[in-house]
Design a protein around this ligand. Structure first.
Ligand SMILES: [Zn+2]
Length: 194
């Protein structure tokens, strides 16, 4: 981060939240508008990230282009590093993580829960498999979901293929029953194992 400049936050901004502004008649966020004014349009598929981890900040020296995956990685590392700190963002995030875990534990699919909370599927997977915010999972006494299909042997995979072929069970149903992702079930059904 450029340490020579301070964050620029508009009066009336809510700490920890992006600031909404109107730009060319459309609603947008202050940090995005600041970046566009300095650098031109944001390339498709990319997002503007904060080096300073201060969402309302619109100091262009603190902003950088990144991918959505970068933002997910940021959230993950914050979850890992911020535990126990008296940090408003971390507390908010932890509460949300708790609700995400409970939603999946209650039978929601990764996709459904991700959509409900407005986060990426990969973040829900990282949380529920215990790769991120593991202490929250442990606190709730919920075991991490299995992360891959290594626990499925060839015999089990054959059964999965047969059962799916009968049309009596959906891919989602199989993924829940066997504790693997729907994508894993898809690969098994297509026979792409090795
Ligand atoms: Zn800043």
């Amino acid at each position: 981060m450029n340490e020579s400049t301070d964050c620029i936050v508009d009066p009336g901004a809510t700490p920890g939240e992006y600031t909404r502004v109107r730009s060319s008649g459309k609603g947008d966020y202050a940090h995005r508008v600041a970046w566009i004014e300095a650098n031109g349009p944001i390339p498709p598929g990319l997002v503007i990230r904060h080096r300073c981890d201060n969402p309302p900040c619109r100091n262009v020296a603190h902003l950088l282009l990144g991918t959505h995956a970068d933002n997910v990685a940021d959230m993950v590392s914050r979850g890992r590093n911020a535990r126990g700190e008296d940090h408003g963002m971390a507390k908010l995030a932890e509460d949300e993580v708790r609700r995400i875990i409970l939603a999946v534990h209650g039978g929601g699919t990764v996709c459904e829960v991700a959509a409900q909370f407005g986060v990426h599927n990969s973040l829900v997977s990282l949380i529920t498999t215990g790769k991120a915010w593991r202490p929250v999972l442990d606190e709730l006494g919920i075991p991490p979901r299995p992360t891959d299909r290594r626990k499925l042997n060839d015999g089990t995979e054959a059964i999965i293929r047969q059962r799916y072929a009968t049309g009596s069970v959906s891919q989602i149903g199989l993924s829940r029953e066997y504790g693997v992702s729907q994508r894993t079930i898809q690969k098994i059904i297509k026979g792409r194992r090795h």
